[in-house]
Design a binder for this molecule. Structure first.
Ligand code: SAH
Length: 229
């Protein structure tokens, strides 16, 4: 009969509750052992299932601490890097956050649990459409998406309490710096696109900007203009 389920003791995704709990425990243990210690960040990462953001071939590797390919030749970041960047951003519950580089939508989803509002932009229309659909399905109503070249930020929505850039720039883009509130924080990987980059945290002070170098990372480059798809 059409629609008949021959394994009625398993939920629709085919994973038994016990297996899911164990997978989740391993995922969180891995994050902690790589330095993600902020309880709010861990709780957000426990709540947002990375498996929902990885499709096709690589689905069964969604809980490994590794970046994975997504559509348009882009990647979903490594979970521990997502955790460390979120921790460094230190978003508060009343904050409005701009994310540049929606990709799969995973980072935006985690931010949406931690702050009031998330605006996320990507230069690929297809990625934005797919992420938007996921946010709707997951009931994450405080995320607004935009197809745009994020290196210019979103001047009409600025200033922001926090800015997270998830693609590598040669330098922190000027428009993004100017769209940061005083006291605001931006986390951005900086360096040549084909090499290892340095993750930096920029804090806007009354008089200028303070820069903190965090660690080496490897991100896809921040590219000018809109994508073909
Ligand atoms: N944060 C994502 C991973 C981002 S991968 C996640 O959680 O899955 C980097 C993304 O940055 C890619 O989707 C790429 O299309 C996007 N990107 C690169 N340059 C951009 C630009 N100038 N403006 C907006 N998005 C850009």
């Amino acid at each position: 009969m059409a629609g008949e389920d021959d394994s009625p003791d398993l939920p629709s995704d085919g994973v038994a509750d016990g297996d899911r709990a164990e997978r989740q425990m391993r995922f969180l243990f891995q994050l902690r052992s790589r330095g993600v210690t902020d309880p709010r960040v861990l709780a957000a990462m426990e709540r947002i299932d990375r498996g929902a953001f990885v499709r096709g071939h690589f689905e069964d590797r969604a809980y490994e601490d590794t970046p994975l390919p997504i559509a348009c030749g882009q990647t979903i970041s490594q979970p521990s890097v997502v955790g460390l960047m979120t921790q460094a951003l230190n978003p508060g519950p009343r904050d409005t956050v701009l994310e540049v580089g929606t990709g799969s939508g995973y980072q935006a989803a985690i931010l949406s649990v931690l702050c009031r509002r998330v605006l996320t932009v990507d230069r690929h229309r297809r990625l934005v459409a797919e992420a938007e659909e996921l946010f709707r399905r997951l009931g994450l109503t405080n995320i607004t998406t935009r197809v745009a070249d994020g290196s210019f930020g979103l001047p009409e929505q600025a200033p922001f309490d926090r800015i997270m850039v998830t693609a590598a720039a040669e330098d922190p883009p000027g428009p993004l710096l100017s769209q940061l509130k005083v006291g605001g924080i931006m986390v951005v990987p900086v360096g040549q696109s084909d090499a290892v980059q340095t993750l930096i945290r920029v804090t806007r002070t009354e008089t200028g900007f303070a820069y903190d170098e965090m660690r080496q990372v490897r991100f896809v480059p921040l590219v000018e203009g809109l994508g073909q798809t």
